[in-house]
Design a protein around this ligand. Structure first.
Ligand code: MG
Length: 338
């Protein structure tokens, strides 16, 4: 199997700002292709230096070094993906692109969509949230007005003025609202803020405090009236037993887990621990988002909206109708270059 990589420059419609980073208007990801007997599988790497310091150069290096690991039989997914995890443990976005590319390839070789390979019902996809990035209140209301077709909204909090922002949004919509503090609060502050948030009918609160503080999360959860979800703290299966009892739900992303196979294991482990599950995404195109979407028939929530926030999406993949995710019926994951 041959691997190729191309950098993709993605333009984001509005400056994208969260509690732990400044506003950006673009993102670069890597489109990875795996060719086997004339058939090509695609995957996307959206590395985040926040996790293991992985960057674009590292992804490209891993793509080069991974070629001998792939071998000649793409159907040996379990063996190949385990070996990639062994050799490149701190490059989860690169591995996610390889894993998506292999699943796409296998689906195309068998002429079936990935959800069908797994026996999943595409009618069971959840609604995705649509994120309104942090902005001034007038701009937030402008974005809200443009987001009328989405019944579930995600609002980033954990910055000064966040409660005023939520109040203004809630006064102007009946949509379901979930919030994400992206590690922005201290424990006591989180408890206080989440009590305030409860007045605005909020579905759940994502990652209220700094990652790595499991007992802090437990304390927040035990002292607030809203469900708590781990994101920055939920990376692979390894964290989940320690998170049990500290959170109600986890946010799985392929760029953290290292791909679809580890994400599937996380779903099974989280279910056994009584947790609810969301699938989310990084700043990536319809390529990465569509690969992740094939797991959503197994999840409670989805936050697969980054493709909707781009002005130059290079791929055509999932559709969103009244918030609901519609999976492509094409073989593989079904994301194709425009
Ligand atoms: Mg999050």
């Amino acid at each position: 199997m041959r691997i190729r990589t191309v950098r993709q420059e993605l333009a984001i419609k509005y400056p994208w700002k969260i509690a732990r980073s400044e506003g950006v208007t673009s993102a670069t990801t890597i489109r990875l292709s795996i060719e086997h007997e004339g058939v090509i599988g695609y995957g996307e790497a959206a590395p985040s230096v926040y996790y293991y310091g992985e960057d674009l150069d590292r992804v490209e290096q891993v793509a080069k070094d991974a070629e001998p690991v792939l071998g000649q039989d793409p159907f040996l997914l379990e063996d190949i993906i385990d070996e990639l995890a062994e050799q490149f443990p701190e490059a989860p976005a690169a591995r996610a692109a390889l894993d998506a590319g292999l699943h796409d390839l296998v689906g195309k070789l068998l002429d079936v969509p990935v959800y069908k390979l797994w026996g999943l019902n595409p009618a069971n996809t959840p609604k995705t949230s649509y994120t309104l990035g942090i902005d001034t209140i007038p701009m937030m209301l402008k974005k809200l007005n443009e987001a009328r077709e989405y019944p579930v909204l995600k609002i980033k909090v954990g910055v000064p003025g966040d409660m005023e922002m939520i109040k203004a949004i809630r006064e102007n919509t009946d949509a379901t609202i979930r919030v994400d503090a992206n590690t922005g609060w201290r424990v006591e502050e989180a408890i206080e803020k989440i009590h305030e948030l409860a007045a605005y009918d909020i579905e759940f609160v994502e990652q209220p405090i700094a990652s790595g503080d499991y007992e802090g999360l437990r304390k927040v959860r035990e002292n607030v009236p809203l469900p708590i979800m781990a994101d920055e703290d939920s990376i692979t299966c390894a964290e989940l037993p320690r998170l049990a009892g500290c959170v109600d739900a986890i946010n799985i992303k392929l760029a953290k887990s290292g791909g679809l196979r580890e994400a599937m294991r996380m779903i099974n482990v989280a279910r056994a621990l009584g947790m609810k599950i969301m699938i989310g995404c990084m700043s990536e195109s319809s390529l990465g988002v569509t690969a992740a979407a094939h797991l959503t028939p197994l999840t409670d929530y989805a936050d697969l909206d980054m493709n909707l926030l781009l002005t130059n999406d290079p791929f055509d993949g999932i559709k969103v109708i009244d918030g609901k995710i519609i999976l492509p019926e094409r073989p593989g994951h079904g994301a194709i270059l425009r």
